[in-house]
Design a protein around this ligand. Structure first.
Ligand code: HEM
Length: 384
């Protein structure tokens, strides 16, 4: 069948869609007409239909990293590589199952309501008192989006971030620097900054865990259980930092996209904020795709695929397609690697948007001047 280029799909591809002003007509078209296909120009298989997305995420030969490349080559040999290589998010297989079995219930036990209260308290701590009555400038909105959720996750884990503004800001900056270095778009300076951030976070976490400051949270119990299960301390530490990283960009994106949604739908101002966040998560998700790497020659969605092939999994296309048998949300993934932080993330985004609006952030003005941060998978607004 010849490929038809419609107005909605002209000049857009599955990677540029992530930061396109309105990729959803294109995604819907892909899901309906090309639910699983090879994109030769990008050198990727693309899964767009909900059935195909589910099949890829469930397939035993579809791994979260290429077999021969457990760490992105740009990070190789740096402190960031050591940290990255230990993350359960980036690993399949039995070596990481015991730690995952401890981390998941720990996260599930975090009360999202308590995390939201932490955001309100951290926001009060971060107030500088300047411009208390003025509309919040876009640069401050950007900074707060990247700080509040991360600092709140650190605080609910019992880490010492909520006492002074300086530590909170520093931890948030280091986590953001480490997260940025993981992007395939990262340049040499960003990778260098990420490696330094990884070293800083390692040292900070080790000293926090060694003193009794973290004793109030769930971390001492996690460390004891990990030790009893023979899991090395470095793996536990890397994954605690990993939780802060997971909370960083995606939650900033969800809160930012919620502000945009409010700006574009002024009548939604009366809706409960939690509902608006859920709507933004579904309709304009911050994580638009994820990748899987074939570990063996096999058949996938009726096609012969080869070991080493990459599949771009368009979660956002499955989400907006209207083709799923059930109304499953794809924003937080599905199956073996599904996000364990989904409820927490929505509570954090809700509380972050509430804190920003209480300080004069104006969704209407923000939605008039923004661009998306360069990314191949995350849709995160940067307000201008
Ligand atoms: C709006 C915010 C968030 C979004 C949209 C999001 C989305 C996702 C998605 C799509 C995945 C699956 C990736 C894949 O299958 O390749 C994932 C995995 C994960 N997320 Fe989230 N996430 C968010 C926030 C969080 C938070 C706040 C935490 C924890 C504090 C978290 C922890 C994790 C972990 C540990 C994994 C890896 C699970 C595994 O590999 O078994 N996420 N997330």
């Amino acid at each position: 069948m010849p490929e038809t280029i419609t107005a909605s799909s002209a000049g857009i591809d599955p990677l540029s869609a992530v930061t396109h002003p309105d990729p959803y007509p294109y995604y819907r078209e892909l899901a309906a007409t090309r639910p699983f296909f090879r994109e030769p120009r990008l050198g990727l298989w693309v899964a767009a239909g909900p059935r195909e997305v589910a099949a890829v995420l469930a397939h035993p030969d579809c791994r979260v990293r290429p077999l021969a490349q457990p760490v992105p080559p740009a990070l190789a040999g740096t402190a960031a590589a050591d940290l990255f290589g230990r993350l359960i998010r980036m690993n399949d297989g039995p070596a990481h199952a015991p730690l995952k079995a401890l981390l998941m219930p720990m996260l599930a036990a975090v009360d999202p309501g308590v995390a939201a209260q932490r955001i309100a308290a951290i926001a009060r701590m971060m107030d500088t008192g300047e411009d208390a009555h003025a509309a919040m400038p876009a640069a401050s909105v950007n900074r707060w989006l990247f700080a509040l959720p991360v600092v709140a996750v650190a605080a609910v884990l019992g880490l010492p971030v909520a006492r002074d503004r300086g530590t909170a800001v520093e931890v948030a900056q280091q986590v953001a620097a480490f997260a940025a270095a993981q992007s395939p778009l990262a340049d040499a300076d960003t990778v260098r900054a990420g490696a330094e951030a990884a070293r800083w976070l390692d040292t900070w976490l080790a000293s926090s865990l060694a003193s009794s400051v973290a004793a109030d949270g769930p971390l001492p119990a996690l460390q004891r259980a990990a030790q009893a299960a023979g899991i090395e301390g470095q793996a536990v530490a890397a994954n605690i930092i990993g939780l802060l990283v997971q909370a960083c960009e995606a939650t900033a994106g969800l809160a930012g996209n919620t502000l945009l949604w409010l700006g574009r739908n002024p009548s939604a101002g009366d809706m409960p904020l939690q509902g608006v966040v859920a709507r933004a998560a579904q309709d304009d998700p911050p994580v638009q795709n994820t990748r899987r790497f074939l570990a063996a020659d096999t058949e996938l969605c009726g096609q012969a695929v080869k070991a080493g092939d990459t599949v771009l999994v368009l979660l956002a296309a499955a989400s907006c397609s209207g083709l799923a048998d059930d109304a499953r949300a794809w924003t937080f993934g599905h199956g073996r690697h599904a996000c364990p932080g989904d409820r927490l993330a929505q509570a954090l985004a809700t509380a972050t948007v509430a804190a920003l609006r209480a300080r004069g952030a104006d969704p209407d003005a923000l939605a008039r001047a923004f661009r998306y941060r360069p990314s191949l998978n995350a849709r995160i607004p940067h307000f201008l």
